[in-house]
Ligand binder design. Structure first.
Ligand code: DX5
Ligand code: ZN
Length: 201
């Protein structure tokens, strides 16, 4: 199984726009199509306007998946439940610093940083290039301070944007609509993965 904290760059398909009436089938299709990890968007209808799903669905995906899963908590006070998601089998739990009353202890313990390249809340939005500057800054600071931080990007990733994201330093690269709406999961994942790998040599 792939190590999310050292192998890379890795494309993580996001389930947000998949057919939730056939969740286990969708997970199996993504794995058969070459997904090495899967990204789950938990939204609470407060931190972001949309309400998606919580622990029950994450557990169901955990049972259906054989690859690692990243759980992206777009919720208020994620420190209240992050450990529960980890216990439910999330290999990575990502939280928004804005949702934390006191972020300091979490920042010191973080294994990575996920840069949002859209306004969090919905799939299928246009890529915001300002994310590239953030990634570049993070990559430089990481090198400067010798930090073991995994860098990710989430939002608007497609064949036309993934090269710049990988070049800027993104290693865990989330792609929702570009995979799920492609009509051919395998071809979409292969193309994105190939472009990302070429960028980092
Ligand atoms: C947005 C979510 C993303 C979303 C990505 O708030 O965090 O993970 O599923 O979807 P695309 O790739 O379509 O922007
Ligand atoms: Zn996400």
């Amino acid at each position: 199984m792939i190590d999310l904290l050292s192998d890379g760059p890795i494309v993580l398909p996001a389930l947000l726009l998949c057919d939730f009436g056939h969740l286990a089938d969708e997970v199996a299709r993504l794995e058969a199509a070459g997904a090495k990890a899967i990204h789950l968007d938990v939204m609470d209808g407060r931190f972001v306007p949309q309400l998606t799903y919580g622990m029950v669905v994450v557990e169901a995906v955990r049972r259906a998946a054989t690859v690692p899963i990243e759980v992206h908590l777009m919720i208020e006070e994620p420190d209240q439940t992050a450990a529960d998601y980890a216990r439910a089998g999330a290999d990575i739990v990502t939280v928004h610093v804005e949702g934390l009353a006191n972020p300091e202890p979490f920042l010191a313990a973080a294994a990575g940083v996920l840069v949002m390249s859209v306004e969090p809340g919905y799939g299928g939005q246009a890529f915001q290039p300002a994310a590239l500057d953030k990634l570049t800054q993070l990559r430089l600071r990481r090198a400067e301070h010798g930090l073991a931080l995994r860098l990710g990007i989430d939002g608007g990733i497609a064949a036309g944007t993934i090269a710049a994201a990988a070049r800027a330093g993104a290693e865990l690269i989330v792609a929702g609509s570009a995979v799920i709406r492609s009509g051919d999961y395998a071809a979409a994942i292969r193309e994105l993965q190939q472009i990302a790998r070429e960028e980092v040599g």
